[in-house]
Design a protein around this ligand. Structure first.
Ligand code: FAD
Length: 352
């Protein structure tokens, strides 16, 4: 590897995590990003959790992802001088004795042992009915994604690593050994454009993206100081934020690139919220974003089959916060050592 910088396109969760991983290893980079108000990364609840609670299955490779996550976000908090990582526990509220028993059995098994507390909890939680108790997920929490992205951007504006601009593909010159953009030579370019990649990117738009739109709402309680220590899961998540606000999410809709929030999704969120709590609330916000999901539910990492200096770091789907630090480590180490990426992650599993 030569010592020229890498050019990263996009500063959502993907581009930010990849850039910070390069910085950790002393590899120079420049990020080009067009800021938008409503991207998946800004709208995201920022939750991480090693379990797919709906299906009661561990996330693929969760243990390695959790192990990479803590030191990585610590590092980002240190270099940006900003706190955005909160370790509130995720809990699953049970609706029956059967769910209690299932939890205990699953949580005691070897596969889940590190991720779930097998003991059913019965502490009272204000505003939430828990006649059958609840289960606690170990190693869960959240990143305030808007703060994370803006803190890292401010840091990179100061260090000269960030350019605010739309990236036009026609400005790029690619050859066998490097790439050129606006008069500067870079060792490689990596596209981290989220779902927009599938709309416009001439190198990678044929990859099998299956983007999923998601919506979240923000609420404040009408007549009480509601204190919620946990992130509550029961159909949707209710997540405490600073200033007595709560985020409720999220919905899933396929086959749409319409970025705006919808009445239908808001109704769905309100209804699911009321299934968890009857506390009266006022809706103070409602936002939508499009997740870069992939047909086989695995990330899209790797290098173009013809243009070997043109890469992609994408396909984070609905778990960018959990997956990105580990994926970035794998991606950067494979690049440094000139070794193959794991086949489940490498875009060469597809012909495009
Ligand atoms: C409602 C909702 C809730 C979610 N909740 C969670 C959650 O709790 N936990 C979790 O882990 N994940 C969550 N996600 C998923 C998470 O948001 C995604 O995994 C992640 O944001 C994907 O990040 P990205 O950087 O790939 O894409 P994006 O967020 O889309 O970022 C791409 C960036 O690249 C820029 N860009 C694109 N093309 C160009 C170009 N040509 N030139 C310049 N700039 C460009 C865009 O403007 C943007 O800034 C949620 C998503 C949604 C929609």
């Amino acid at each position: 590897m030569n010592n020229l910088p890498l050019l990263i396109i996009g500063q959502g969760i993907a581009g930010t995590v990849l850039a910070a991983s390069l910085q950790q290893r002393g590899i120079p980079f420049v990020i080009v990003n067009q800021s938008r108000n409503e991207t998946a990364s800004k709208v995201a609840s920022g939750l991480y959790n090693p379990i797919v609670l709906k299906r009661m299955k561990p996330v693929w490779n969760a243990a390695a992802m959790i192990e990479a996550l803590y030191p990585f976000y610590d590092y980002c908090e240190t270099i940006s001088g900003c706190k955005f990582h909160y370790t509130n526990k995720v809990i699953r509220v049970f609706k029956s004795v059967k769910e209690q028993n299932d939890w205990h059995a699953i949580a005691s098994s070897e596969t889940f042992g590190h991720h779930l507390n097998p003991d059913v909890q019965f502490d009272a939680i204000e505003g939430i009915e828990t006649p059958y108790g609840f289960g606690e997920v170990i190693n869960s929490g959240r990143i305030d994604t808007e703060l994370f992205l803006s803190a890292m951007r401010s840091h990179w504006l100061e260090t000269g690593n960030y350019v605010e601009a739309p990236f036009h593909y026609t400005d790029l010159e690619v050859n066998e050994n490097e790439v050129h953009w606006q008069g500067t030579t870079y060792q490689r370019i990596v596209f981290c454009e989220g779902y927009r990649c599938q709309l416009h990117n001439p190198f990678f738009k044929e990859l099998p993206f299956a983007a999923t739109k998601g919506e979240v709402m923000q609420v404040v309680p009408q007549d009480s100081e509601w204190e919620l220590r946990y992130i509550v899961n029961g159909g949707v998540f209710i997540m405490p934020l600073p200033n007595q606000e709560f985020k409720v999410g999220a919905t899933y809709a396929w086959d749409t690139f319409d970025e705006g929030p919808t009445k239908e999704a808001l109704q769905e969120l309100e209804q699911k919220f009321q299934e968890i709590t009857h506390l009266p609330v006022t809706i103070t916000g409602h936002r939508a974003g499009i997740r870069p999901t992939v047909r086989d539910r695995r990330p899209l990492l790797g290098w173009h089959p013809v243009h070997r200096k043109v890469g992609i770091f994408n396909g984070l789907g609905s778990r960018g916060i959990l997956m990105a630090p580990w994926l970035a480590t794998v991606f950067v180490e494979a690049m440094q050592n000139d070794t193959a990426l794991p086949k489940e992650l490498d875009i060469n599993r597809f012909t495009f």
